[in-house]
Design a protein around this ligand. Sequence first.
Ligand code: SF4
Ligand code: SF4
Length: 406
Amino acid sequence: MDSQTLRLRLPCDPNVHVGQQLEQGQTLADPPDRRQACVVSPMRSRVIGMLHVPDQGYDLTLEPLSPTTSTQLKASPPGSEKLTDWVDCLRRLGQWGVYDGQVGLLVQLEAALLRKPRELICIACDSFAPYPCQSSLAMSHPGELALGVDALRLVLGLKQASILVGPSRSVYQTMRIKMNQATRLHRVEPKYPIGHPSVVMRQYSQSRKHLTIDGHPLEHDAVIISAWSAIRLARWLQTGELDLIQPMFIGWPQAHARMHACWVMPGQNIIPLHKRLKAEMNSPRAKLVYGDPLSGKVDQSTDSQGRALGPVVRHDHLLMSLVENPAPIPAQACIACGWCTEVCPTSLQPAGLFEMIVEEPENHIINDELLWCIDCGLCSHVCPSAIPLAQSFRQHVKQHLKVLVQ
Ligand code: SF4
Ligand code: SF4
């Protein structure tokens, strides 16, 4: 397949789903819900650019994947519903992503051999509304999502499983048609960071407990799976081919009303991607932020000796934003407004913690408290004094809790 670029002019907000085959000149129908923005599968082609032209619609630029790019692995799925067979099978395949429940699916299943879970929760809601990273997957593959969750439910020997979806009625109705009685569907609030496992456990699990930063869902008798992992399981069971790539949504809606999105492969070096996106933005001052929209970070990859290899796209990254470098606002004194405490999803007191870090960095209370911090960045985001709260917590965790978070 040539690396030719296909260009589509869309007459309206695009409604393109993961796995959908796109052809040159194709006209796409109105979406059922305007929030279901464009998501295209990297299986057959990937979107490398989507430009909103006011009053005219979207230009969608697609680039077929190189034929040498391996996107699927031929591997026999487990031949039975026995948990030991599943664990053996997944172990043979090596790493199975780390996104599920913060620790990865294999780790959770290994733990389930020792301690039977009471619930299985699939997170198919968007953390970062209006970025439809998970709900688009649910809309695109409702049958596979339901099948993957149900297969895992049977393996874990559970009577029921839960799927969390966002408030969109179209996602809810689409999913409901595909599910059997053993799966419950919950609509959750569109409130950041609702898709985070820690928040999900507190608000939507039977235990109603937080997961700490180093926590394991089975500490609270749950197994957590992402929407993509459930879909991947179902495809694997149906076709004997395991997807090696995880769709990853990239968007920067704040860039002058232009919505831009593309999918990339995990493991891709971030530097050329950054250059390409910058060129498309036509903005030399833009910077790439990824991880999440509020406290985005760039991770450094390391080799086995711990040497830096450069930042790469990781499986657990959901989002990238390309933003203009804002003029830095100097931090000022805390005015005790209490906003940071109010927004913290894990009920910390960021202002107090920050003071402790500055005044007595070795105080052990800080470490105990920071185990609950999920690094969402909300405290920094709302602080009227521009105090770098989340940034300081992240720095402190890196320095003092390295052993715990590795
Ligand atoms: S980053 Fe701030 S708001 Fe988010 S969990 Fe940590 S302390 Fe709370
Ligand atoms: S939001 Fe900022 S100014 Fe307000 S209490 Fe928290 S640290 Fe202080």
